[in-house]
Design a protein around this ligand. Structure first.
Ligand SMILES: [Zn+2]
Length: 460
């Protein structure tokens, strides 16, 4: 059979397995064959990938499009994802209204404007959300949801709603049970942070007038506050035998839990960290631009997170990408307690991981592919994404490991005026990005129109 496109002579990075010099055939947007380099394959088009490493397209399952800008504006800004090799995202949203009413609206906006493929994880906030779970799963093909331990007993005050659930340990248990009863494939993403400790410490330091930038921010949520919440979450999950994904791990204390209690993470548990916890510290010159919850801590914490990746206790990297501008970030003031949470960061994920992980720390390329594509896809029930095998979607990032560029909003075509990695010199930029067999980035430039991205309906 004649392939539509043949990618020849590249060094293909197979997640977990290793790097091999093979040709990849693509037909109808899918990988149709993987051939040894001496085989002659017929194709309509050939892409010579000599000198390039071919990664699976990145799957970023931790995004927050539509928080500070309209959903439409943030989907229009997904060319920057493609420039960085990200071909699939799972976006978080949370609303008080029924998701049966809400979701079709954002799905339509995404389909009209996204440059890359997408789906959603929805935050469970109300009794109605729980009652309508099964219908939400079946009607929209949504199979991942989010639980905020950081808003425990706070919804009705914070969001001024009167039907919010407590987000207590009891709610966590009944939600895990409910998800499992619908399908074991359903996933609960969980923010672990003991907010009793966090809120008291914020009040304490704020009352004392302490403002030492990220250092003060780090003190408001010490590693033990995350580790305690992580421990209780993993323990409760082990009782239910549920399927959980711990988002954005930040601390050495939490890595200690994963290391010392392997029985808690043996089954049904995936753990994510983010590039900013690996590569920035409370001393970084980026300052409060990198204010985020939970906070960035110390070099020791970063070192332990890298160790967690090496040892396999941490399985996935997300970006926690929050598109905003500096003006928005500091709209309430410039003090540590005024700056808003979150920052943009997505487009530089792969070059940062290659530069800081592979070049600096010897993390194998196949492990980087595994934690940035395969494991996120596997965790979030995206069987056609994040892998290089016959039948999978032909999504790739073709990377030049020698090309050095400095991260900047201009480079990323981002609508935001900053990212926390601005000024980072990184190698490993995609020369081409391919999505479902279509070249969407060439020589680092987006070459297609918005609206080509597809909503991915997930099956249970
Ligand atoms: Zn987040």
């Amino acid at each position: 059979m004649k392939a539509d496109l043949l990618i020849k002579n590249g060094l293909v990075v197979f997640p977990k397995e290793g790097v091999r010099n093979v040709h990849i055939g693509i037909t109808d947007g899918l990988i149709s064959g993987i051939y040894s380099s001496d085989e002659e394959i017929e194709s309509n088009e050939v892409l010579d990938a000599s000198g390039l490493h071919i990664f699976p397209g990145l799957v970023d399952t931790h995004e927050h499009l539509g928080i500070y800008n309209s959903v439409e504006a943030d989907f229009l800004d997904t060319k920057q994802h493609a420039i960085g090799g990200v071909t699939t995202i799972v976006n978080y949203d949370r609303q008080v209204e029924s998701y049966l009413d809400f979701f079709p609206k954002v799905q339509e906006i995404g389909e009209k404007n996204s440059y890359i493929d997408f789906t959603y994880s929805l935050g469970i906030l109300t009794e109605q959300h729980i009652d309508e779970l099964e219908e939400t799963v079946e009607r929209f093909g949504l199979t991942s949801f989010k639980f905020f331990r950081n808003y425990e007993r706070q919804l009705n005050d914070k969001f001024k709603i009167n039907n919010g659930i407590d987000l207590s340990s009891y709610d966590l248990m009944r939600l895990l049970e409910k998800l499992k009863s619908i399908s074991p494939k359903l996933l609960l993403a969980i923010h672990c942070e003991n907010m009793d400790i966090n809120r008291k410490l914020i009040s304490k330091y704020e009352n004392e007038g302490q403002d030492n930038g990220l250092k003060t921010w780090s003190l408001t949520s010490p590693g033990y506050a995350e580790a305690e919440s992580l421990l209780s979450t993993l323990y409760l999950n082990s009782i239910v035998d549920g399927n959980v994904y711990i988002v954005h791990l930040t601390s050495a204390a939490s890595v200690d839990i994963l290391e010392k209690m392997p029985w808690l993470i043996e089954k049904g548990v995936k753990v994510e960290t983010c590039a900013h916890y690996l590569c920035l510290t409370e001393d970084s010159s980026v300052g409060l631009n990198a204010k985020v919850g939970p906070p960035i801590h110390t070099m020791h914490d970063s070192d332990r997170l890298w160790e967690g990746i090496k040892q396999g206790w941490i399985n996935a990297i997300g970006t926690d990408h929050v598109p905003n501008s500096l003006k928005t970030k500091y709209s309430k003031g410039e003090g540590v307690f005024d700056a808003l949470y979150g920052f943009p960061s997505v487009g530089s994920l792969l070059p940062i991981m290659i530069s800081e992980g592979f070049v600096k720390r010897g993390l194998p390329l196949e492990r980087i592919a595994e934690i940035t594509s395969y494991q996120p896809a596997e965790s979030f029930n995206l069987p056609s994404k994040g892998r290089i095998e016959v039948g999978a979607d032909a999504d790739f990032a073709l990377v030049d490991l020698t090309k050095k560029k400095v991260v900047s909003p201009q480079l990323m075509y981002s609508h935001s005026d900053y990212s926390v990695f601005d000024g980072f010199e990184a190698v490993g930029w995609p020369v081409y990005t391919i999505s479902r067999g279509e070249i969407i980035v060439k020589d680092g430039q987006p070459i297609k129109e918005n609206g080509r991205g597809k909503f991915i309906k997930r099956l249970i």
